[in-house]
Design a protein around this ligand. Structure first.
Ligand code: ADP
Ligand code: MG
Length: 395
């Protein structure tokens, strides 16, 4: 088992037997079990979460697995099959926010958050194996956290409900890792279900499953990782949030969630031009999520293409968070048979998704690769994902 997930196309995970064997070899005993949790793709609903709106992510068939054994002492030993970083050893009592380095901050953050919740966490030996591509916007980090919390919930007998695990991993991210993230990624990973997307209301944090199956509809969902991350991503995110807050304040609502599409004409008279376009993105995007949920419950995924396209146009023109690589990925996909495509994630780089008839998959792949080469862009990484099961114990 080597650093295979550097290439997104190589997807094999170690079998349970191989993972157990490696665990024994490294830690000198068998694991108590093996747990897994997937990465996620957001189908639609971008920059709506912090406006108390709607998002529609789904768990994907790329997953993080952890083999874990409880120890009798407070020692924690961590090893990933990715890279060659070797075993990292620490103790439960050493866990302090902001101190952990590299990938270990994710499992350690979960241990810390569970202890903060008053759960008696034992020391553990833990071996991670994941085929969620790192840094491609598929939430490889939350996949780790969700696999670890699912394992620890079982091992400790804490009996946490999915929503309690969602909040504990959010606390791990916010307070221990130091990333100001919401609840979308871990909700998809922990609550996801094969053949479904997870419809989340970010105001009351309720979640429900919506049927989303690509294969029976003769479709594939392509992820086009542009491999670019533009340097203004952080500043761009902060300024978009600020615009949304300003818009809500001027319009006299608690959050942009409270503005309807029908209110936009009136809002235009009250807001400066840029703030208005930012607001319009959020308001119409919330509406697109609701429409997508409705269509998935009726005619199915073949009907949602125009909503994906409209979402992209809104992010490109109104929210201004796209970039030439994402626009090209979307345009080339659409021009070669995709029925809908949009950038996904926070923007300024990262990945696009293209919902594509299975018989056009190769054409879209080739066309996107060719268009990127002709534009002088870095070669994108293109792969399919399908809606898969959420976190679970597998051995
Ligand atoms: P994303 O979550 O979108 O993939 P992040 O930057 O949040 O991107 O998380 C990526 C980080 O997660 C990596 O830098 C690494 O620290 C950690 N990580 C993900 N998968 C693994 C793995 N298999 N082994 C070790 N670390 C991993
Ligand atoms: Mg992440």
């Amino acid at each position: 088992m080597s650093s295979r997930n550097q290439e997104h196309g190589r997807t094999a995970l170690a079998s349970s037997q191989d993972l157990s064997a490696r665990f024994e070899q490294e830690f000198g005993g068998a694991p108590d079990g093996i747990w897994q949790a997937p990465g996620r793709v957001n189908l639609i609903g971008e920059h709506t979460d912090y406006n108390e709106g709607f998002v529609l992510p789904f768990a994907i068939d790329r997953t993080a697995r952890v083999a874990v054994a409880a120890r009798r002492d407070a020692t924690v030993r961590l090893l990933s099959t990715y890279g060659d970083q070797g075993v990292v050893t620490t103790t439960l009592d050493a866990l302090q926010p902001g101190t952990a380095k590299g990938w270990t901050k994710y499992p350690l953050g979960v241990l810390w958050a569970l202890r903060e919740r008053g759960i008696a966490v034992p020391g553990v030996d833990l071996l991670l194996d994941s085929n969620v591509p790192l840094g491609a916007g598929l939430s490889s980090s939350h996949a780790i956290e969700c696999a670890v919390i699912t394992a620890l919930n079982d091992i400790t007998g804490a009996g946490l409900e999915a929503q309690e695990m969602v909040l504990a991993t959010q606390r791990a991210e916010n307070a221990f890792v130091g990333a100001p993230t919401g609840i979308m990624d871990q909700s998809a990973s922990l609550r996801g279900s094969k053949g479904h997307a997870v419809f989340l209301d970010c105001r009351d944090q309720t979640a429900s499953l919506v049927p989303f199956e690509t294969e029976p509809a003769g479709l594939v969902l392509l992820v086009i990782d542009t491999k670019v991350s533009h340097s203004h991503a952080d500043g761009g995110y902060a300024s978009r949030r600020a615009s949304c807050e300003l818009g809500a304040e001027v319009l006299g609502v608690r959050a942009l969630r409270d503005v309807e599409v029908a209110d936009l004409a009136e809002a235009g008279a009250l807001l400066d031009e840029v703030t208005f376009r930012r607001v319009r993105h959020v308001v119409t995007e919330n509406d697109r999520v609701l429409q997508t949920v409705e269509l998935l419950g009726g005619p199915g995924p073949a009907a949602i293409g125009p909503l994906l396209d409209a979402s992209h146009a809104s992010m490109r023109d109104d929210f201004e968070i796209s970039c030439p690589e994402l626009d090209l990925a979307v345009d080339a996909s659409r021009a070669n048979g995709a029925i809908g495509a949009r950038m996904t994630g926070g923007g300024f780089g990262g990945a696009a998704i293209a919902l594509t008839p299975a018989d056009s998959e190769q054409k879209v792949r080739d066309a996107v690769a060719k268009a990127f080469a002709e534009a002088g862009f870095k070669a994108p990484e293109i792969f399919t994902v399908s809606p898969a099961a959420g976190a679970m114990r597998i051995a």
